[in-house]
Design a protein around this ligand. Structure first.
Ligand code: NDP
Length: 306
C-alpha cells in the first residue's frame, strides 16, 4: 500500500525563521547606514490569564526576539474594560517602534473583539483580521494576510509549485481566521475552490472531488481516509486535544493532539499530508514574523531584503 509524503511544517517553518533572521539583520544594517531605525517591532497584547493564550504569547515573544526583532508584551488584567484596551491599541498605532500589533484572542466577555480589531492600524495588523485587510484579500489586492492560511499556502506551493493552477480545492470550514482567507488565497492561485461548512450536504463526496483538501473544522479526525481522493494533497489545520490512545494513560488524564483528518487512514490514500502536530502549527508563528517584517518594510518604503 502506498504511503503519502509527510509535509514537514516544523522544518519548513524553521527554515523560514532562519531566513527571516538574516533578512532582519540585513534591514537593520541598511537602516543603520541611512540613519534610520529599521528594526521590526511586534507588540502583543494579552488580556486575562487564559493558559493557552499565555503559552502562545510567550512563544510569539521568544520567536520575535530570536529573529532579531523587538518584542513588546502588554499584559492586562481580566477585568480590563474595552475603552482601556482601545486606548492602548491607539497608543501602539502611534508608536513608530511598533510595526506590528497583535491582540491575542479570545478576549474577556466585556470586550467586543470586532471593536478592538477595527482600532488596529491596518498597516500594523499583522494578524490580517482588520476588515480592510480581509476586504483586500477578498478582492485579490495586496494587504496583510492571516498567518495560518498564509502558512498553509506556503506549504502547498512547496509541494505543488505551479501545479496549483486549475486544481480543485476544497476548504472545510468558513471561519474568518482560517477558512475564508484560505479560500481567497487558493482562488488567487487559480484553483477551483469550494468552501464546505456545517450545512454542506454530502461532505464526504465533496471532499472526494478535491485535489487539495484543507481541513479547518476543529472536529477530531472527522475526515476519514475514504473521504480523500487518491493522491490528493491534504493540509490539516485542526488542533484538537483528545484522550490518550492508550486506555491506561487516558485513565490518568493524559491527552494527545490530533488534527481534523484521520492521519493513519489518510496516509494510505493521500499523496501528501501535514501531520498534527508538526504541520501547519509551526507555520503560523513563522508567518507572523514574516508579516511583521513585511509591515516594517512597507511602513518605511523599503523593499523586502533579499
Ligand atoms: P471555527 O470554529 O471558527 O470554524 C469551524 C468551521 O468548521 C465553521 O465554518 C463550521 O461551520 C465548520 N464545521 C464545524 N463542524 C462541522 C461539521 N461537522 N461539518 C462541516 N463543517 C463543520 O474554527 P477555526 O477556523 O478557528 O479553527 C478550525 C481548527 O483549526 C481548530 O481545530 C483550531 O484549533 C485550528 N486552528 C489551528 C491553527 C494553527 O495554527 N494550526 C490556527 C487557527 C485554528 P459553520 O460555519 O457552518 O458553523
Amino acid at each position: 500500500m502506498s504511503q503519502a509524503r509527510i509535509i514537514d511544517g516544523k522544518a519548513f517553518a524553521q527554515n523560514l525563521r532562519d531566513r527571516l533572521a538574516l533578512q532582519v539583520a540585513d534591514l537593520r544594517s541598511t537602516g543603520a547606514k541611512g540613519g534610520q531605525d529599521l528594526v521590526p517591532g511586534l507588540a502583543v497584547v494579552l488580556v486575562g490569564e487564559n493558559p493557552a493564550s499565555q503559552v502562545y504569547v510567550r512563544s510569539k515573544g521568544q520567536a520575535t526576539v530570536a529573529a532579531g526583532m523587538r518584542s513588546f508584551e502588554h499584559k492586562l488584567p481580566d477585568t480590563t474594560d474595552q475603552a482601556t484596551l482601545v486606548a492602548l491599541v491607539e497608543k501602539l498605532n502611534r508608536d513608530p517602534a511598533v510595526n506590528g500589533i497583535l491582540v491575542q484572542l479570545p478576549l474577556p466577555a466585556q470586550i467586543d473583539p470586532a471593536v478592538v480589531i477595527a482600532t488596529i492600524d491596518p498597516a500594523k495588523d499583522v494578524d490580517g483580521f482588520h476588515v480592510e485587510n480581509a476586504g483586500r484579500l477578498a478582492l485579490g489586492l495586496p494587504g496583510m494576510v492571516p498567518c495560518t492560511p498564509l502558512g498553509c499556502m506556503m506549504l502547498l506551493r512547496d509541494v505543488l509549485g505551479d501545479d496549483l493552477r486549475g486544481k480543485r480545492a476544497l476548504v472545510l470550514g468558513r471561519s474568518t481566521i482560517v477558512g475564508r482567507p484560505m479560500a481567497s488565497l487558493l482562488l488567487a492561485a487559480d484553483c477551483t475552490v469550494t468552501i464546505a461548512h456545517s450545512r454542506t450536504q454530502d461532505l464526504p463526496e465533496e471532499c472526494r472531488r478535491a485535489d487539495i483538501l484543507v481541513a479547518a473544522v476543529g472536529r477530531p479526525e472527522m475526515v476519514r481516509g475514504d473521504w480523500i481522493k487518491p493522491g490528493a494533497t491534504v493540509i490539516d489545520v485542526g488542533i484538537n486535544r483528545v484522550p490518550h490512545a492508550d486506555p491506561a494513560a487516558a485513565a490518568e488524564g493524559r491527552t494527545r493532539l490530533v488534527g481534523d483528518v484521520h492521519f493513519a487512514e489518510a496516509m494510505t490514500v493521500a499523496g501528501a499530508i501535514t501531520p498534527v502536530p508538526g504541520g501547519v502549527g509551526p507555520m503560523t508563528i513563522a508567518c507572523l514574523l514574516l508579516n511583521t517584517l513585511t509591515a516594517t518594510c512597507r511602513q518605511n518604503g523599503v523593499p523586502l531584503p533579499g
